[in-house]
Design a protein around this ligand. Sequence first.
Ligand SMILES: NC(=O)c1ccc[n+]([C@@H]2O[C@H](COP(=O)([O-])OP(=O)(O)OC[C@H]3O[C@@H](n4cnc5c(N)ncnc54)[C@H](OP(=O)(O)O)[C@@H]3O)[C@@H](O)[C@H]2O)c1
Length: 303
Amino acid sequence: MYDVPPQGGRRAVVTGASGGLGLEIARRLAGAGAEVVLAVRSLERGERAANQIREAHPGARLEVRALDLADLASVRAFVEGLVGEGRPLHLLANNAGVMRPPRRTETVDGLELQFATNVAGHYALVARLAALLTRSGDARVGWMTSSAAHVGRLDFDDLQATRHYRPFRAYAQSKLADLVLALWLAERVGASGADLASVAAHPGFVRTGLFSAGASVGRDRPRRSLLESRWLPHQEVDWGAEPLLVALTSPEAANGAYYGPAGPAGLVGPATLVRPPRRATREGVGPRLVEALARLTGVEIDL
Ligand SMILES: NC(=O)c1ccc[n+]([C@@H]2O[C@H](COP(=O)([O-])OP(=O)(O)OC[C@H]3O[C@@H](n4cnc5c(N)ncnc54)[C@H](OP(=O)(O)O)[C@@H]3O)[C@@H](O)[C@H]2O)c1
């Protein structure tokens, strides 16, 4: 099991820290001494998660703050709160996500829900936090993607899936977009010399609430998903969180690094460096995505 190096004096934001992988990432960072902001859309679930962390680490320095990534006004308010305090921020774990709502769902900003939560919300968060991160010293942004990114396709003619909505296709597109953004940002900071690293990870297959949460969007009662069955090799959150924890905290993780499980089909096993798929590195794909996101969110990444 990966031991997070000492993080005393460092402050981290973890999105989607109310459960699943985000809670485990927050717990491990807090256990290593980082001050952790649990960025959650339900303060009640966030407080419950914070209490779970305190049970394991009574001295943990935690804060629970409201952030709904599917609402760009909420992203702006969250960042204004952090930036207004003028305190440094060293780690940003872009972890929150939603997967495969059965029907196309639109956010208050008119974006498709998976694209909004997994991509546009995190893009806006990074754009608005970039200045704070770069002046904090030795900062890292970690993007949680998925092996679904390796089969995803960016449909620049219809990023919001208004013409054909297919739940998995929209999810795979969103996770490919996260990886493209991670690599684009890495290249950008490499060129500008900003004191920031951008890294990416995928967790393999972990039986979290992700599958039923997505399947239940727009339904009166919670739905189960076939992906929750035990027929696929899977691992627990402690192992699933490792690729992003390694990317965010290992001294060996370089700007632009991409980690995932080393085991069969990348579904399970210890974290190792993974080669990004060709579709994530294709010439021009990063700038094109960033341009579209700047238009959709009204914010630019200025580095
Ligand atoms: N589990 C896997 O096998 C797997 C595989 C590949 C990639 N991933 C990725 O790993 C990440 C974490 O997923 P998980 O497996 O830990 O799933 P999870 O247990 O369902 O956790 C998802 C988290 O995202 C939060 N979230 C959802 N919509 C949000 C919004 N609009 N604003 C803020 N937070 C929001 C959820 O908050 P609530 O508590 O409010 O719902 C929850 O904390 C996701 O990006 C997912 O795509 C997971």
